[in-house]
Ligand binder design. Structure first.
Ligand code: 5MM
Length: 329
């Protein structure tokens, strides 16, 4: 088993979330990635998924804006065209490699439509293998909906996140702790705030109970926003609502906060992040761990054509630069 000191874990967590860089979430499951490729008219295959992730990772000077890249198991085991495994190439390019280790969600019995994230069985052995192959950090995502979250579902997912985080740290891997309240729907800002508060309260209670070193984790939350089908509110209002919920539940020792984009347009999440970064009351560094907000336009530009790789990489780099600029404010 790899062992890292508490200081080393904290250093990696800070490296991921400080210095005006953020994390690229490129860990879509095979099912999700295949569907996104097919939506762009690209036949889904292991090779197509590898070529797309290689396009992302090898964009010129990506490390100027990106501190870490989250990969799924398939990509983690694949090689670039030059034969280097993705995690090794990432490190050589100045980007820490991370691995998504949850295995997805299933319904939580007795809780209406609430979900539980699975993947704890055998996790210690998987983490040992990923650490040996170069993983610096990991990710586990709990998924909540404002209409179906219950106190029990928040506690159950919080305990799973806490067991995952403690196991990661035992294996020398920094855990990204992701409790996502979905922003699909027409709910208002208050509903998002209430659900996010319920989720974060349960998660941090469980992390503390489990003895997780908070200076060695990265929190990946949603912004507190109205649903995507509701009337939008100004970025300053989103930042204020998000800060209020985080400030209530997230201890100052947490190494950093890296937000997910949740399906919001790139310009919107950059505006939310910029407004939050400008709030000097916050004790934690804030940055991004966006997926769709960084990559959707690049995937569309590429559309599977080797002739469009450079153009697609340019689109990715523009979005990464905008997000990094927002985090630096
Ligand atoms: C990149 O997508 C991640 C994996 O999703 P699936 O397991 O459902 O395929 C996802 O966890 C992602 O990291 C977060 O949702 C943040 O991505 P967005 O697009 O919301 O920034």
């Amino acid at each position: 088993m790899t062992t890292l000191t508490a200081t080393a874990l904290a250093d990696i967590a800070r490296q991921l979330t400080s210095g005006g860089r953020g994390i690229l979430a490129a860990d879509e499951s095979i099912k999700t990635m295949s569907s996104r490729l097919e939506q762009e008219g690209i036949a889904a295959s292991a090779t197509a998924r590898r070529d797309y992730r290689a396009l992302l990772l090898t964009a010129a000077d990506l490390s100027q804006c990106i501190s870490g890249i989250i990969l799924c198991d398939e990509t983690f085991g694949q090689d670039l065209a030059d034969g280097r495994p993705f995690p090794i190439a990432a490190r050589e390019l100045g980007i820490l490699p991370g691995i998504k280790v949850d295995t997805g969600t299933s319904p939580l019995p007795g809780q209406g439509g609430a979900l539980i994230t699975e993947g704890l069985d055998g996790l210690g052995a998987r983490l040992a293998s990923y650490a040996q192959r170069g993983a610096a950090f990991a990710k586990w995502r709990a998924v909540f909906d404002v209409h179906t979250i219950t106190p029990y579902s928040a506690r159950a997912n919080g305990q799973a996140l806490a067991r995952y985080a403690a196991l990661c740290q035992q294996h020398g891997i920094v855990p990204i702790v992701e409790p996502e309240v979905l922003c699909t729907g027409d709910h208002d800002l208050a509903a998002s705030a209430a659900a996010t508060s319920l989720a974060l309260g349960a998660v941090f209670e469980a992390l503390v109970d489990a003895g997780v070193q908070l200076s060695g984790i990265v929190l990946k939350p949603n912004f507190v926003t109205p649903g995507l089908d509701a009337s939008p509110v100004p970025a300053a209002e989103v930042a204020a609502a998000t800060f209020a919920v985080l400030n209530e539940h997230v201890p100052a020792e947490v190494a950093g906060i890296a937000f997910l984009s949740g399906g919001h347009p790139t310009a919107n999440v950059c505006a939310f992040l910029s407004a939050l970064a400008a709030d000097d009351r916050r004790p934690w560094p804030v940055t991004f761990s966006f997926g769709r907000a960084l990559v959707s336009a690049a995937l569309h530009t590429w559309a599977g054509s080797p002739a469009e790789v450079t153009a697609a990489q340019g689109v990715l780099l523009d979005n990464c630069a905008a997000a990094a600029q927002a985090a630096a404010e």
